[in-house]
Design a protein around this ligand. Structure first.
Ligand code: ADP
Ligand code: MG
Length: 332
């Protein structure tokens, strides 16, 4: 049974960024307005997500990390109207299976916090009082240490995994309105460096300036494409001819109703229209697809990065026409 659980867990948590993503989404679901991500050695030794959300109540200490425990689904009449990130109750249990998980948490009803230690099957094995503000800190040490092949890959590719994580956290920093987000890494020499730091502003414009700086913002122009009565695409694009000079993964961010998602087809389309024939530069693109929840499904894959639209070809066609119009008018 242990082996099956480890293999299944490896499908929910694919790499460093999907591990941290689950924790950040739990913090957002908990109503946090401040989320700090701390890494030791790029996440190779441990990573930690610290929030000021609602905390976990003592009644749930024993069950939080058990497979399929979730406090979220009951609040929703059906999956279609789901607005929280989590609902499968698999993240904490998978992280237990793949690494060493501890939690420090306190709700507004508790005078002190509790430090919880879990074993690989998600069982609570130790509990002690500790000092902490209201909120939750989840720490994962030695991710993948009991999946030998994955572990070897993880250590070999740690810089790449770290890069992917930072770009994912940039996406949350861009989209999480009113949430302060900080990410820091501490190196072996105990030097701590802050990699991302936002104040939790209200607008996408402010977030872009905080995440990428004013110079980058000045190279962008706002875009808005209307697809139908209740569907539109809003965001910012490179002014034509001004690429980022970086690889595109660095500077293209797509969201569906504010959720970061992968959209390879959209990315390809943007590049096709915006990338000059002999240019090595990719356009910057930060786009939010505002689509009724009944017309899309972002929960189809375990890591919830892929999205399916019920009318994809119509959306892509409108996007193509809209982009061509923006491109030719800003070139005129
Ligand atoms: P899911 O998010 O799908 O419910 P998880 O395994 O990610 O499943 O989390 C299990 C449960 O633990 C959540 O439903 C929630 O009740 C609780 N929880 C996890 N992280 C936090 C957090 N940062 N703050 C408050 N509660 C949390
Ligand atoms: Mg979750």
């Amino acid at each position: 049974k242990g082996v099956v659980h480890r293999i299944c867990s490896g499908q929910v948590i694919l790499d460093l960024s999907s591990a941290v993503k689950e924790l950040v989404e739990n913090s957002l679901d908990a109503g946090a307005t401040s989320i700090e991500i701390a890494l030791k050695e790029y996440g190779e030794e441990w990573f930690q997500v610290i929030d000021n959300g609602c905390g976990i109540s003592p009644a749930n200490f024993k069950v939080v990390a058990l497979k399929h425990h979730t406090s979220k689904l009951a609040d929703f009449p059906d999956l279609e109207s789901l607005t929280t990130f989590g609902f499968r109750g698999e993240a904490l249990s998978s992280l237990c299976a793949l690494g060493n998980l501890t939690i420090e948490t306190r709700t507004k009803n508790e005078p002190v916090a509790t430090h919880l230690t879990f074993d690989h099957s998600g069982l609570l094995i130790a509990e002690k009082k500790t000092a902490r503000q209201i909120g939750t800190t989840v720490t994962v040490k030695k991710l993948f240490s009991n999946l030998p092949v994955r572990s070897k890959e993880f250590h070999r590719n740690i810089r790449k995994e770290y890069g992917k994580l930072i770009s994912l956290l940039n996406a949350y920093a861009l989209t999480a309105k009113g949430v302060r987000l900080v990410c820091s890494n501490t190196s072996r020499k105990n030097l701590k460096s802050v990699v991302i730091k936002t104040q939790g502003s209200g607008s996408l414009k402010d977030s872009i300036i905080q995440v990428f700086g004013m110079n980058m913002f000045n190279c962008l122009e706002p875009m808005s494409i209307c697809i139908s009565d209740d569907c539109k695409i809003e965001g910012f694009l490179s002014r034509s001819g001004q690429g980022s000079g970086r690889s595109m993964g660095d500077r293209q961010y797509f969201f569906v109703n504010g959720r970061p998602v992968d959209m390879p087809k959209v990315s390809k389309l943007v590049n096709e229209i915006y990338k000059g024939a002999n240019s090595k530069q990719y356009p910057v693109a930060i786009m939010n697809f505002i689509i009724p929840t009944r017309a899309c499904d972002v929960n189809v894959t375990p890591d919830k990065r892929k999205v399916f639209f019920s009318d994809e070809s119509m959306i892509l066609q409108s996007l193509r026409e809209g982009l061509q119009q923006i491109y030719s008018s800003s070139n005129a």
